[in-house]
Design a binder for this molecule. Structure first.
Ligand code: CA
Length: 235
């Protein structure tokens, strides 16, 4: 039998922590609860978990500081933010600082488990490729071939402008993960080119969706995370 995957749960609200840890244990994960930030960090270093669930509002330190410390480590561990509904801005900041994803309280078990599976899959993919970037990404019937600079929808080649292609490329490499507006703008238009200019991104995204024949109310490939960014749907 393979070893259970370990998930560190840094959350000071005991009822939420119990709820999460029970759900994880019932789904064959090993859950380690931490109720304070410093405790969370020391458990992280002693247990090397496969994933971290992180509440940003902790009694002894800011969850952002934990994220910052994790960012400095050579080996990255996926972090899913547990966010309070009234702290939307923090969510974006946390994603920009390298968090993988977020769930908003109150959340259901199935949503939490889906986010965990998706983040662990991405992390496995990264470990397997060990930094070697793949050339071809397959998302449902969409094929993004980076070396040929080609996008196929089924067998049909779809033509994109250079910036549209860069956006699709970025979303495909990070399929399943929310990418913030700023992250995409910086990667496509450079550090100064597009920062804060969400309009330029919206226009490009509208063109991409039209070419992919996306139904805006029921997207198959690219999901809009309102006020945050975009996510390529990976399952
Ligand atoms: Ca809290």
């Amino acid at each position: 039998m393979s070893e259970k995957q370990t998930i560190l749960v840094i959350e000071d609200d005991r009822s939420i922590s119990n709820f999460i840890c029970r759900a994880l244990a019932a789904n064959d994960y090993k859950a380690i609860p931490a109720f304070r930030g410093k405790e969370g960090l020391s458990l992280f270093f002693s247990h090397s978990p496969d994933l971290i669930l992180l509440d940003l509002g902790l009694p002894d330190m800011d969850g952002m500081d934990i994220l910052a410390q994790l960012q400095e480590l050579p080996q990255s561990v996926p972090v899913i933010i547990i966010s309070a509904r009234d702290r939307e801005n923090e969510k974006v900041k946390a994603l920009d600082m390298g968090a993988d994803d977020y769930v908003v309280k109150p959340f259901g078990v199935s949503e939490l488990l889906a986010r965990i599976r998706s983040a662990l899959r991405r992390s496995d993919r990264l470990k397997l490729s060990q930094g070697i970037q793949r050339d071809v990404y397959q998302i449902k019937d969409l094929t993004v071939d980076l070396s040929k600079h080609q996008v196929l929808l089924g067998d049909e080649e779809i033509h994109f402008t250079q910036n549209e292609f860069k956006i699709i490329e970025l979303l495909a490499i990070h399929a399943g993960k929310v990418l913030t507006y700023d992250f995409i703008l910086k990667h496509v238009w450079g550090p100064y080119g597009g920062s804060g200019n969400n309009q330029i991104l919206r226009v490009n995204m509208a063109n991409i969706r039209r070419k992919l024949k996306e139904n805006p109310s029921d997207p198959k490939y690219i999901h809009t995370e309102l006020g945050i960014g975009y996510r390529m749907l990976d399952d």
